[in-house]
Every structure is written in structure tokens, then in C-alpha cells.
Design a protein around this ligand. Structure first.
Ligand SMILES: Nc1ncnc2c1ncn2[C@@H]1O[C@H](COP(=O)(O)OP(=O)(O)OP(=O)(O)O)[C@@H](O)[C@H]1O
Length: 265
């Protein structure tokens, strides 16, 4: 693959859990700096697995390049400095405070200086300064998600990979987080965000990548990709779709066949 200074290039990606192959020979369109790319698709279709491979938290084969950097060759410290990753399932069983967890995230990337002040700045950006000294295990699900996002963005990484970062958040926090995610992209990060909420993807994403059975189904601007035929083909869901500016309305078809349980892809 030719280096592209402005994009993350993913080619011929293979990921397995033990002997179970999940992703085979997946090539994605360039994931550009400065843009928010939404990764969408049904349950079990491989979105989190792809994100983990990009974040280098699971091993993979294939090409993963960001500019001239081969992501598969990065040391743990280089990886931590370049990549911010927020997992779908948040770690449990830690007595760390929110602030300590952000300081650790800064240290992992080799940051020096007054890390406490930096960490306070990060939690303030997310509006969770009052949680700074709370042990993580005593936070609510949504609060914990906000702290996890603080850890991911703390180093202002060049690549930000977020797995359903708003799934536990209320309406106000959802939009606060999406504004922050968009600002990271506009500051030059390549952002990939797994979302189930297609309206959110339409509102905030510049590009959309659709996975079906761990394969690339389609990609492009949300209004070009989120269409009735995609919903039928990928989700088995009959609906009409209206894009009004950045707002998306999905109206299920009347008389659509009664929902039979659908097997996971
Ligand atoms: N640690 C694991 N070990 C074995 N199989 C796994 C593991 N994690 C995920 N899988 C399997 O890999 C497939 C893809 O899972 P993945 O979590 O990537 O899907 P997803 O698209 O993110 O799903 P969802 O939208 O439900 O979160 C599923 O069949 C799942 O059962």
C-alpha cells in the first residue's frame, strides 16, 4: 500500500479469536484525518473486532498504515501516543479515581510535565470535573463512559477509535460527546466511531462504513449510504428514509413482514 499522510489505510485485514476467524481479507476505504467515520452494521457483524484490530488491542494480519507508520510495528508507547481507544465493555474492578486513570493514560503515551493539571483539563473538557476524585467502580454507567472517553482523548491522539461511546449517555451528554469527537477530527485526528444509532451517524459523521458479516458492504457520505436498500440488505429492515439536512428519519414500512427473530450475522 502507498503511504497516505492524511489517512489510515486498512488492507487485507484478517482477525481471529483463537481458531475462529472473524474478519477475512477486509479492505476499507481510506479513513481520513479531519473526518469522523461512523462504522455501522448489525450486531455481531465484526465492528468491535475491526476497531480492536485498528487500535492494536487484538493481533491481526494485513496492512495497517497511518501515513508512513506501520501500525503493526509500533511499540506500546508509540501506540499509546498515537492511538486513543475506548472499548465497548469498560474494565471493572479498579479502585483508581477518574483523575488517576486519565493520568495513567497520559503516562502510557510518554507524556511528561504536570500531568495532573493536564488530566484536570481533560475532565473539565468533558464536564466531569466533579467526578475527578471518585473511584471508577463507584460511578454510574454513563459517568464511567465519560471517564473512559476522557482516557481515550487525553493525549489528543492522531487516531481515535471509539466503540459505542454514547450507548449509556443521556441526550445532553450524547451531543456534548459528539461535539467533542467532531472537534478532535477537525483538529486533525482520524476518528472511527462505532454507532448503532444511525440518526447520530447521519448528524455527526462525515463518512459511513457499513459492515455486513464482517465484509465491507458500502461506504460514503451518510446520506448516500443510509438508504432503504441498505437497511433492507444489511439489517433486513423495511423502511423509508428521509434525510433533511443532517437529520435522518427512518420510518418502518407499514405492512412489513412481522418481525421474525433474525439470526445474527
Ligand atoms: N473474545 C471473543 N472470542 C471469540 N469470539 C468473539 C470474541 N469477541 C467477539 N467474538 C465474535 O466475533 C463476532 C463479531 O463480534 P463483534 O463484537 O466484533 O461484533 P459487533 O459488530 O461489534 O457486534 P455488536 O454490535 O453486537 O457489539 C461475533 O460472532 C462474536 O461472537
Amino acid at each position: 500500500m502507498r503511504p497516505n499522510e492524511d489517512a489510515l489505510l486498512v488492507g487485507g485485514l484478517n482477525v481471529a479469536y483463537g481458531r475462529r476467524r472473524i474478519v477475512q481479507d477486509l479492505t476499507l476505504p481510506p479513513i481520513r484525518r479531519g473526518q469522523v467515520t461512523a462504522l455501522i452494521g448489525p450486531n455481531g457483524t465484526g465492528k468491535s473486532t475491526v476497531l480492536k484490530a485498528l487500535a492494536r488491542v487484538v493481533p491481526s494480519d494485513g496492512d495497517l498504515h497511518f501515513g508512513s507508520a506501520d501500525l503493526r510495528q509500533l511499540s506500546p508507547r508509540q501506540r499509546a501516543a498515537m492511538i486513543g481507544y475506548m472499548p465497548q465493555v469498560l474494565p471493572q474492578g479498579t479502585e483508581l479515581t477518574a483523575l488517576e486513570s486519565v493520568i495513567i493514560a497520559l503516562k502510557a503515551g510518554g507524556e511528561a510535565g504536570n500531568l495532573e493539571r493536564r488530566a484536570v483539563g481533560v475532565v473539565e473538557r468533558l464536564g466531569i470535573a466533579e467526578l475527578a476524585l471518585a473511584p471508577l467502580d463507584r460511578l454510574s454507567g454513563g459517568e464511567r463512559q465519560l471517564v473512559s472517553l476522557a482516557q481515550a482523548i487525553a493525549r489528543d491522539p492522531a487516531m481515535l477509535f471509539l466503540d459505542e461511546p454514547t450507548s449509556a449517555l443521556d441526550l445532553g451528554h450524547v451531543h456534548q460527546v459528539m461535539r467533542l469527537v467532531q472537534a478532535s477530527a477537525r483538529n486533525g485526528a482520524a476518528v472511527v466511531i462505532v454507532l448503532h444509532d444511525l440518526a447520530l451517524a447521519a448528524q455527526w459523521a462525515d463518512r459511513t462504513i457499513v459492515l455486513k458479516s464482517a465484509r465491507l458492504h458500502s461506504a460514503g457520505a451518510p446520506r448516500d449510504v443510509i438508504t432503504p436498500s441498505m437497511l433492507a440488505d444489511v439489517y433486513g429492515f423495511a423502511a423509508s428514509v428521509e434525510h433533511l439536512g443532517k437529520n435522518l428519519f427512518i420510518v418502518p414500512d407499514r405492512g412489513a413482514p412481522a418481525d421474525a427473530p433474525r439470526s445474527l450475522s
